[in-house]
Design a protein around this ligand. Sequence first.
Ligand code: F6P
Length: 334
Amino acid sequence: MYTLPSLEITRTYKAIAVLTSGGDAPGMNPAIRGVVRAALGQGIRVFGINRGYSGLIAGDMEEMNSASVSNIVQRGGTILKSDRCEGFKRPEVRAQAAEILRNHSIDALVVIGGDGSLTGAHLLFEETGIDVIGLPGTIDNDIFGTDDTIGFDTAVNTALDAIDKIRDTATSHERHFLVEVMGRNSGFIAINVGMAAGAELIVVPERAVEVSQISQELAESRQAGTGSSGIIVVAEGPEPGLTYRLAERLREHNQDPRVCILGHIQRGGSPTGHDRVLATCMGAMAVRYLCAGYSDIMVGVRDGRILDVPLHDVISFRKGLDPTLLDLALQVHR
Ligand code: F6P
């Protein structure tokens, strides 16, 4: 449960819009539902924009009502669809987007997405004056200013479920498995999944690790009789296929691991209860913040409190893995 700020309503809007952008994340649907129902509750019209910023610049939107978001809270993906829009990186395209919004009498936009999407939202506000509120929607949990992002908990549990199954066959065959999880440049999914799965090793981009060191640890644990099989959780890192390269190198060191890349399965599935509550609170709070006169902020959560974080900060700073947590995670699994 979250503590919500009490906000005074100081303004209202005739119409607002909501879109989902970037990699989809389980929980985007409850977030959309939160935005729509909270807006309607304040007498504000809401437009759902399809396919993220691409749909916005194509004017692909429709008005939503309460029934538009019925029976979606449990569904993975996003009913509004999503996209990574290269064009939105150009100011003239953002100006065009603002014009389209104004032509529909829409003065505010709620953007649910990751860092690239939130950067677009900030620039839209700065350059055109359209009010924006961002919601952190990404499985990666790599957004500065918030402890948690919509979809992270579901992705961790999805990966965990898969790893528990992989462990069965790893144990039967006395093998090591390299399991690659998503997270691009950040190890949040890897560290959480690794800890929860009791992984023998966790490899994250935040901490360099030598292949010879991994190999030696595997060999030592085999010799000690504590590690005839095991799971090594590997964060995907900036370049795809890291896990295959790692396996190749381990073979040169007389290891014979198997590789499993969990991939986009981590982005699908019904959101967990945790993600549904987080997304619903954030979606509804986006509307409350707008009506309290806020703009150019992201709704975040810190120490159980829902709060506003300037989008400028969100996109300027990098959220780091807590080094103490990293040390602890690596230590307890050796
Ligand atoms: O949404 C974040 C993310 O899932 C990353 O973890 C991953 O690297 C990337 O998206 C994959 O993106 P795409 O769907 O474009 O392959």
